[in-house]
Design a protein around this ligand. Structure first.
Ligand code: PGA
Length: 249
């Protein structure tokens, strides 16, 4: 049985009070399951509330949605690896497509953030994925490879092994339209090949984009998919607990 990682990206939802209530309900509906981890990526302001509420469950982990690459300084509005660690984070998303598209994050920025996360003891979860026009032009694998190289080139094999990958086709995020398990599997194979060529033969590669109760079993049945990164379907604690419970084939 492969081990599975279920990651909840709350995006800009659930402040500290709502997050605490969410955790109470989630815990009431969820028990640890062998070979399954659940990671939560709340907004920065809710990190401490969530890490406090979930402590005591070794299968649950909290991460930030984004960090700045500098350790400290005059960067109004930003948070560093050290700051989110103090608030209980043990991981961080890097390069989510909303950061890339809405906030103009570049491949060079993702490279700095991956390094800052590793230096700060956080597990980076690097998000890659193509836009619809890139897929339609047949450029999916080129785009994903460029994003991988942009973020990870120059790192040691040991560091690359510490990175979790999330393949999220941009056209599938929040649209209700997910990649087929076979399409996702093909991109995952490419990601694995790239990582193996850089000294990381056993990476964790998640799929993200409109994952829900209706499609998760088929996605996880794909050998290449080690788990899921979920936005919308992670926002209701009982539904999310159900997805984590019933997701495996
Ligand atoms: P979605 O978001 O599940 O709402 O499509 C996924 C993500 O952006 O990580």
């Amino acid at each position: 049985m492969k081990s599975l990682l279920f990651a909840a990206n709350w995006k800009m939802h659930l402040g500290p009070a709502d997050a605490r209530a969410y955790c109470t309900t989630f815990l009431a509906h969820s028990a640890p399951m062998p070979g399954r981890e659940v990671w939560f990526f709340p907004p920065a302001a809710s990190l401490e509330a969530v890490s406090g509420a979930l402590k005591g469950r070794a299968d649950l982990r909290v991460g930030a949605q984004d960090i700045h690459w500098e350790a400290k300084g005059a960067y109004t509005g930003a948070v560093s690896a050290g700051i989110v660690s103090q608030a209980g984070a043990r991981a961080t998303l890097v390069g989510h497509s909303e950061r890339r598209k809405i906030f103009g994050e570049t491949d060079a920025d993702t490279a700095r953030k991956v390094r800052a996360a590793l230096a700060g003891g956080l597990t980076p979860m690097l998000c890659v994925g193509e836009e619809l026009k890139e897929r339609e032009a047949g450029n999916t694998l080129a785009v994903v490879t460029r994003q991988l190289a942009g973020a990870l080139d120059g790192l040691s094999a040991g560091d690359i092994e510490r990175v979790v990958l999330a393949y999220e086709p941009v056209w599938a995020i929040g649209t209700g339209r997910n990649a087929t398990p076979q399409d996702a599997g093909a991109v995952h194979r490419q990601i694995r090949t790239w990582l193996a060529g850089h000294g990381a033969p056993h990476p964790r590669v998640l799929y993200g984009g409109s994952v829900n109760l209706g499609n998760i079993a088929a996605l996880l049945a794909e050998a290449e998919i080690d788990g899921v990164l979920v936005g919308g379907a992670s926002l209701e604690p009982d539904g999310w607990a159900q997805l984590v419970r019933t997701g495996a084939p």
